[in-house]
Design a protein around this ligand. Sequence first.
Ligand code: SRM
Ligand code: SF4
Length: 576
Amino acid sequence: MDIIAKMRDVSLDELHPNERLKVESHYLYGTLEESLADRATGAVNEADTQLTKFHGFYQQDDRDVRDDRRHRKLEPLYSFMVRLRLPGGRVSPEQWLTLDDNARRYANGTLRITTRQTFQYHGVFKENLRGHLQALDKSMMDTIAACGDVNRNVICSANPHRSPVHRQVYDLAHEISTRLLPRTRAYHEIFLGEERVAGGSQETDDEVEPLYTRHYLPRKFKVALAIPPENDVDVFAHDVGFIADVQAGELKGFNVCIGGGMGMTHGETATFPRLSDIVGYCTPDRVAAVSEAIMLVQRDNGNRHDRKQARLKYTVEALGVEGFRERVEEYLGESLAPALELPLTHNGDRLGWYQGEDGFWHYGLFVQNGRLADVDGGPQLMTGMREIAQAHDGDIVLTTNQNLIITQVPEVRCEIIDELLDRYRMTVEATPLRRHAMACVAFPTCGLAMAESERYLPSLIDRLDAIMHDAGLDDDAIIVRMTGCPNGCARPYLAEIGFVGKTLGRYNLYLGGGFAGERLNKLYRENIDEATILKELTPLIQRYADEREAGEAFGDFVVRAGVIAPTLAGREFHAR
Ligand code: SRM
Ligand code: SF4
């Protein structure tokens, strides 16, 4: 049924309050103009805090100083996290220089590479928002739909310059992003100062938002494209995944996957991470249309009462995989072809120098937890990358594991890049364990954090490195991921060892994820501190060193050895 017709039968009062907010915002304008003009507070009004997300930024406050400011009767130290839309994660050196300049001019001087292949700024004050977005716009970048109940940044296997197939898949990520972009002019008019062309509340869905309507989606929606055998994007973790079928260097098509997602709530077993199901196959020219059809099925069938049940993964659970696929085929007007066997062997990034098919060189730079900053007496990643962008003609590409790639370097210029990497101490000595680790942002900016993550994982890795060393595993990789709460922003339920924050200094420990991102992990110990984490993991890592079979990954070992039961379906995630 057409969504508007469906919504006419249901009063907005019966739905989650965010549904009214979207409808009454008149295509995301809300009262943002007034909120931005109000200099009496660093915040925007409450309804507008939801709307800013659709435009790519989030109101936050510095949690390190929250209590102190409360005692001093000051309002929280409000600022905004600003996230870019950057399908496939590629920027030119000129764009890098804008990104760098904006970080210093409008934000806290750092850039954060996210797990969805884009940048976040932290600490952007309200009065700096317009200047920041306008400077991005001048460099052909935007933040539209980077957050909110819309299609988010589309991610794909990193580096379009690695091979012609990588380039084609990157182009498809752009095509999906463009096709599923909200059409409202609110961003351009409110933040970029473009002239208002039509009459807001009088406009119709067909004129303004033919795909989203004034209801937008029930919840966020995410698409990823992977090129086997690599699963760097964790293709099964997203609402929609496409796995490329490459034969003799030619892109033939994609397996289509639906229903992935990571987020859950502690203690609520009706919420769970879920890996997507492979439901069929399509040719490259149908990828954007298939993405749109899946999004529309979710738009019209997703739960708009309970936001904790509103992601596509729960719609798939409610309709059944077959039921969902049939609806997609109806919207699409054609059937999906049968899926193929397309094995994925590992996730993680290619780091260091490697050569592309066209002979150019690419350097994968490990960036601990994605944070680019100048550290006193330590790595100068902001300055170093600025110098590289000034000295280099090729693109810089982000990965979904929070790293970056300096691409298209002619052989004769590799030495210059090496010299800059050294001069600014950008290449830290890191074990395979550290290189595969990821942490979400958490404190001090994330309002949902229950425990530290980005600021804590590096020191925990120091201790885990020592255990790996004692077990003779210096050269081995185990995928470790940490998040400060169960929302799953660093995709921790796919890790071989996952830590999920419970409260300050305490984490749930999950074990048994697959090395290729093909199996969820399971809860092993609950609410434990660092001493207990180390006590639990030391004998397990030693056992792994002693008893593993040739080539066996840690996640597979703990399952085979009976340490933890495998999670074979998301809905069984909480079963012991
Ligand atoms: Fe996330 C909310 C950071 C990737 C699942 N995420 C948040 C917010 C905006 C907190 C909030 O709502 O107030 C975090 C901002 C922290 C800060 O201070 O910067 C935040 N998420 C991030 C990033 C920056 C983590 C990182 O360290 O890189 C990632 C930005 C991605 C991007 O560029 O678009 C990020 N978030 C993810 C992922 C991973 C992915 O998409 O591959 C997930 C799990 C996959 C999924 O969506 O299921 C994820 N974030 C969530 C959720 C739980 C959603 C759910 O279905 O339950 C929330 C909370 C929510 O939406 O209510 C959330
Ligand atoms: Fe914040 Fe939780 Fe996401 Fe970490 S996982 S960034 S703590 S919402």
